[in-house]
Design a protein around this ligand. Structure first.
Ligand code: ADP
Ligand code: RBF
Ligand code: MG
Length: 309
């Protein structure tokens, strides 16, 4: 997939472009359904499939200082859009200048003149342009004026639940990993660089943990989780702790993964952690020995959850 990190002036033209527009945070099943439609239509008319997205997320520019809420860092959003077989992702830097484009400016200058769009697929509740005044019906009007077709997609349901990024955020905040995975169509995940902690995991407890530094994204409810750790494309079973290590009075939130049957120095490397199930709350133990006994049980439980022996 080609990625263009610009709002406009792409320096190339597009062949019969079929486009979708959105934040696509999480690249959940609903987004995936839209990408499928876009790709199918592009094939049908011998055109290119395009996703037009924004970074940072508009809320980060317009209402700064909020708790991190994104489901994925932008790099992972783009990687997953690529997996959905979109030909070109345009990632527009969401600046004050960009935010001040009216819905009509955006459609006329960018979708029509710069891209020459033929067909647009959007969610039924899409809004865009300054003050979010652009709606599906307005887009349809512009479509008549500028010569493109607009299709509004109905929200996708899973077992009677409408899929939305905000619903998925809520489930992840509550630690309902299977619930979130069902709406995402993939496991919830965190990606980060392995950084140094106090060195206590291996030296004091006998359970080394890869400590992660992550981008500003939503973190699941603190606690102990069964996970898959993906390192250099290989998947290893693991057990993660998201918390403050109260037994040692760290007072610092950490994201740590003990990888099973693994013994490599991976400081400075990227680790991807796919969450499977929450096992328990983090608790304060009276001694490191009691914590060690519990971690042994956590490991056994994680193995069961992950289906390994
Ligand atoms: P720190 O406090 O710096 O995280 P740890 O004692 O927890 O130190 O050891 C973690 C480091 O050990 C990891 O960053 C990794 O490089 C290495 N390591 C070796 N085996 C494992 C394992 N099975 N799981 C996680 N990390 C491991
Ligand atoms: N620390 C705690 O203080 N309380 C816990 O309940 C706790 N549970 C853990 C469970 C697992 C599976 C792992 C890997 C770690 C856990 N820890 C817990 C974190 C532990 O204190 C930490 O890994 C070490 O202090 C090294 O940073
Ligand atoms: Mg560690």
């Amino acid at each position: 997939m080609e990625v263009i990190w610009k709002a406009k002036d792409f320096g190339r033209s597009f062949k019969n472009p079929v486009l979708t527009l959105g934040n696509f945070d999480g690249v959940h099943l609903g987004h995936q359904r839209i990408f499928q439609q876009v790709c199918r239509k592009a094939k049908e008319i011998g055109g290119e499939s395009l996703a037009y997205t924004f970074a940072p997320h508009p809320v980060q520019l317009l209402k700064p200082g909020q708790e991190p809420f994104l489901l994925l860092p932008i790099s992972e959003r783009i990687r997953l859009i690529g997996e959905a077989e979109i030909d070109v992702t345009i990632c527009a830097p969401f600046t004050q200048e960009f935010a001040s484009l009216t819905a009509e400016d955006f459609v006329r200058d960018i979708l029509h003149r710069q891209i020459g769009v033929r067909q647009v697929y959007v969610g039924h509740n899409t809004s865009f342009g300054k003050g979010r005044t652009g709606s599906v019906s307005l887009l349809k009007e512009f479509g008549k004026r500028y010569g493109f077709v607009v299709e509004a997609m109905e929200a996708v349901e899973v077992k009677g639940t409408l899929i939305s990024s905000s619903r998925i955020r809520r489930l992840i905040r509550q630690g309902d990993i299977p619930g979130a995975a069902e709406l995402l169509g993939r496991p919830p995940l965190l990606i980060g660089e392995v950084i140094h902690g106090f060195g206590r995991g291996s030296k004091k407890l006998g359970f080394p943990t890869a400590n992660l530094k992550i981008d500003e994204v939503l973190v699941p409810q603190p606690g102990i989780y069964a996970v898959w750790a993906v390192y250099q494309g290989r998947r290893f079973p693991g057990v993660a702790n998201l918390g403050w290590n109260p037994t040692f009075q760290d007072h610092k939130f950490s994201i740590e993964v003990h990888i099973l049957n693994f013994d490599k120095d991976i400081y400075g490397q990227t680790l991807r952690v796919e969450f499977v199930e929450r096992q328990r709350d983090e608790v304060t133990f009276r001694s490191p020995e009691e914590l060690i006994t519990q971690i042994r049980k956590d490991v056994e439980q994680a193995k069961k959850v992950l289906g390994i022996d």
